[in-house]
Design a protein around this ligand. Structure first.
Ligand code: PEP
Ligand code: MG
Length: 869
């Protein structure tokens, strides 16, 4: 028989798929003997079943819930129904397998009604009891009926103003008046607050199940690659009250600093408050160290439990606690979200502390965290002259400049127009997620390091500053006042997520030098990784960046990128437009000189590392001018008429340039270009060999579809290379000629090609284009429709399509290995640097991946992770 509900003393930490992260950890903590309030977890399977067949709730689940509540009553010796003096009140919280902070719903104090609140008031105090009831009414309305929270806030603010005191000082009658107003809000929405606790519980559980599919949860899942078919568990837990009195409180604490990784408790608490108060950022919490002074016994107990939990889970924990009349309860523990910087430091420290192995450490840091570490900071010189407006808490590092916006909607609108925006709000809430995703940075005036803005931004790697108390933000007037400065929507500000400072200038950004910790960490990755990582680069700057980031070599130097300089393009144009041999030779001579200089510097920069130079690939008309004035200018330089030039350009136009006269076709129709390139490569290599370097040129031919194409080109290149050695009176040194595999046909004849090629490199950009028949330059126009209509869940130009393109790659590799089991085979299309694609490449027998220099560090980690897992 299926089991739909587990008591906290039944599950374990490994049951995350069934009990959700929160439920599994509550169960684990119960087993560890920690003071966890009793409760039970309704499984993720129940959620999925209910979402699919709602009648399941009435026919099966309801009975099970009632049984679980009865057990909870006997465990706690309290009563959920009736009006006994010992009231059982519960919280109802979502909890998915993978934590999605704030994305789904929670209801506290459930079980109160008009009568029971009076009992609670009689047994505790009126202020506490009515505040609990008021909060329940508001949360229930929001979660179950979707009535906006603000409507209740408005009543509260109005009553507080009228009575000229805060809600915590209301008399019983004043509370009752306010609660009456809350009920009127319900009526305005044609709803009622159910007085029966069981009815409340059923409605709350259904609403939490449904919150799995609310828009913000869906967006969060897409962003974090969390599957949509997991469902959420629901935790029903007996309430403990941090808002009981001045010896009560609630807090959220990380066992290490989630921003820097430093090893000390980091977090906040509020005396006389309920959990949501800390996260909502409405009252400003105190740092956890202050608890030592206020409630020393609870503080000591907390430190002890924090240590137990960290050692048990062998990772930094994010712990929620409540103190009820000096007694400490642990309400939740989970692996703490952290910045990229903290993630690296914690992984290294845990190895140092002998808590985890190097391999485990490598799995603890995500490749995207590595990307954040190598991302921009403000240029120091520009920063010196910038005007610092104010400083808040540095919640998530990074540096960004952009236009101020005050709402998530506006952020989305301006982002769609290509603008860079900074979202500035008093505090963010989960509804803001879509606006946060598109913002360069997020700034809030309220809230601390565990506020919604801080946690979410950190998770997304977005620069964020919270708690800028000096900013008076008016979201309706769309203005910020800070001392004497007034800023409006659209004004530029710069945000430093590392220092917490805001500036009123636009400030240029730069990269941090590779720090020692990152180098050490990635050196562990290199020791373990099966695949190596090369870079796609052809400028000296890019080559240097690639080496600095630890590329093992250059997997693809696209030579067409070397012809676009002003002088070079003129000679290239002369070559393309030449009418006789003399003109051709003169243009080639000049291009040869340019290319010699290029290759000389490139070989010098790359030193003893491998470098694959790919011969020219793009269609010729890409080098020619497009508009009239450019045509006129070029015609003058070439001393021909504009009409003649226009005709020539028209004659070179192609209907489908991607399928046309490009790649090795150019080498076949204009062999002199490839010969010139090879001559430049060998002239410079020979010169450097004479100067004492060891060089083994690797030349790659693009877009091969036929074995005879490769044979023909290889024959004239080899012959030409022989003549170059002779010209230089040089004993030939080894070199290699390989081919790209970027057409489906090349995959099918890979055995024939492997006989002729010294290496293969998969050009997955073209291979994907040619397999799907999707133009790589136009996919942006329709991919979103494909995703929305669930035809495809990802863009195959970003992540390898294992089923189609991947299958072709497997065929090619298997055929090639039949001929030459040691043939080096790389991947140099965009997906080469995609961490999600790398495990597949390792499995099918790829030798190395090659990607743009900035993707190299993350790819180095991803290849190690692929080996470990
Ligand atoms: C490819 O097609 O994947 C490739 C690397 O070549 P290019 O992007 O230059 O066509
Ligand atoms: Mg290509």
């Amino acid at each position: 028989m299926d089991k739909w509900i587990y008591s906290f003393n039944e599950g374990r930490a490994d049951d995350k798929a069934l009990l959700g992260g929160k439920g599994a950890n509550l169960a684990e903590m119960t087993h560890l003997g920690l003071p966890v309030p009793e409760g039970f977890t309704i499984t993720t399977q129940s959620c999925l079943r209910y979402l699919e067949t709602p009648s399941f709730f009435e026919s099966i689940l309801k009975k099970e819930i009632l049984k679980a509540i009865t057990t909870l009553e006997s465990q706690t010796n309290k009563f959920f129904m009736g009006n006994e003096s010992s009231l059982l009140l519960v919280s109802v919280r979502s909890g998915a397998k993978i934590s999605m902070p704030g994305m789904m719903d929670t209801i506290l104090n459930l079980g109160l009604n008009d009568l029971r609140v009076q009992t609670l008031a009689d047994t505790t105090n009126a202020n506490f009891a009515y505040n609990c009831y008021r909060r329940l009414l508001q949360m229930f309305a929001d979660v179950v009926y979707g009535i906006p929270k603000e409507e209740f806030d408005r009543c509260l603010v109005k009553t507080e103003k009228q009575l000229n005191k805060t809600v915590n000082n209301f008399s019983k009658e004043e509370h009752q008046t306010l609660i009456q107003q809350y009920k009127e809000v319900y009526q305005e929405h044609y709803q009622n607050f159910p007085q029966n606790p069981k009815e409340q519980l059923h409605a709350a559980i259904k609403a939490v199940f449904k919150s799995w599919n609310n828009p913000r949860a869906k967006v969060y899942r897409e962003l974090n690659h969390i599957p949509h078919n997991l469902g959420t568990a629901v935790n029903v837990q007996s309430m403990v009250f941090g808002n009981s009195d001045q010896n009560s409180g609630t807090g959220v604490v990380f066992t290490r600093n989630p921003a820097t990784g430093e090893h000390h408790l980091f977090g906040e608490f509020l005396i006389n408050a309920q959990g949501e108060d800390v996260v909502a950022g409405i009252r400003t919490p105190e740092p956890i160290d202050a608890l030592k002074r206020i409630l020393p016994q609870a503080y000591d107990n907390f430190c002890n439990y924090a240590k137990i939990l960290e050692q048990h889970y062998k990772d930094m924990q994010d712990i929620e606690f409540t103190i009820e009349k000096e007694k400490l309860y642990i309400l939740q523990t989970r692996t703490g979200k952290r910045t990229a910087k903290a993630s690296l430091k914690i992984a290294l420290d845990l190895v140092d502390e002998k808590m985890i192995s190097k391999e485990e450490a490598l799995l603890r840091v995500s490749p995207s965290a590595i990307n954040q570490l190598i991302h921009p900071v403000f240029e120091e010189s520009a920063l010196k002259s910038a005007h610092c407006l104010t400083q808040g808490l540095p919640a998530s590092p990074g540096a960004a400049t952009g236009e101020i916006v005050f709402t998530a909607e506006r952020a989305k609108e301006l982002h769609a127009l290509g603008k860079k925006v900074i979202l500035v709000r008093q505090e963010t809430s989960p509804e803001d997620i879509e606006g946060m995703v598109v913002s360069q940075a997020i700034v809030t005036s309220h809230g601390g390091m565990t506020s919604h803005a801080a946690v979410v931004a950190r998770g997304m790697g977005t620069c964020c500053v919270v708690g800028c108390g000096e900013l008076s933000i008016n979201e309706y007037d769309k203005t910020i006042v800070c001392a004497n400065t007034i800023l409006k929507e659209g004004d530029i500000i710069s945000v430093d997520g590392t220092s917490g400072k805001l500036y009123t200038d636009s400030i240029s950004t730069t990269m941090i030098d590779n720090n020692d910790e990152l180098q050490l960490f990635l050196s562990w990755a290199d020791e373990i990784a099966q695949l190596s990582v090369r870079a796609n680069a052809e400028t000296i700057q890019d080559l240097k960046t690639a080496i600095q980031f630890g590329a093992k070599g250059i997997g693809l130097a696209r030579t067409e990128h070397m012809f676009f300089g002003e002088k070079r393009i003129l000679e290239m144009r002369r070559l393309i437009l030449s009418n006789d041999e003399a003109e051709t030779n003169s243009a080639l001579k000049k291009l040869l000189a340019f290319q010699e200089e290029d290759f000389y510097q490139m070989f010098q920069t790359i030193q003893n590392k491998a470098m694959i130079v790919r011969l020219l690939d793009p269609p010729m008309h890409e080098f020619l001018p497009k508009n009239k004035s450019e045509i006129k200018q070029l015609a003058e330089k070439l001393q021909i008429s504009a009409e003649t030039l226009t005709q020539k350009i028209a004659s070179l136009q192609e209907t489908n340039p991607m399928l046309g006269h490009r790649g090795c076709r150019l080498g076949i129709t204009q062999p002199e270009i490839y010969k010139m390139q090879v001559e430049a490569i060998f002239n410079s290599a020979i010169q450097l060999v004479k100067e004492g370097m060891v060089i083994k040129p690797e030349i790659m031919i693009p877009l091969i579809a036929e074995k005879s194409e490769l044979l023909l080109i290889k024959a004239f290149l080899c012959q030409h290379i022989d003549s170059i050695f002779k010209k230089h009176h040089m004993q030939p040194f080894p070199y290699e000629i390989g081919t790209m595999i970027e057409l489906p046909r090349a995959c099918f004849i890979a055995d024939q090609l492997a006989k002729e090629a010294d290496f293969f490199s998969f050009g997955t950009n073209d291979l994907t284009q040619m397999t799907y028949g999707f133009s790589r330059d136009d996919i942006g126009k329709f991919i979103q429709h494909y995703k929305d209509k669930e035809i495809m869940s990802f863009d195959p130009f970003q992540t390898i399509d294992q089923t189609g393109v991947g299958e072709l790659m497997k065929i090619a590799i298997s055929k090639a290995h039949q001929v030459n089991p040691n043939l080096p085979i790389g991947v140099c299309g965009e997906v080469g640097g995609d961490p999600a694609s790398i495990p597949f490449f390792q499995n099918i027998g790829i030798t190395y991946v090659s990607c743009s220099p900035y993707r190299v560090p993350a790819a180095r980690l991803a290849v190690a992770q692929a080996t470990i897992s």
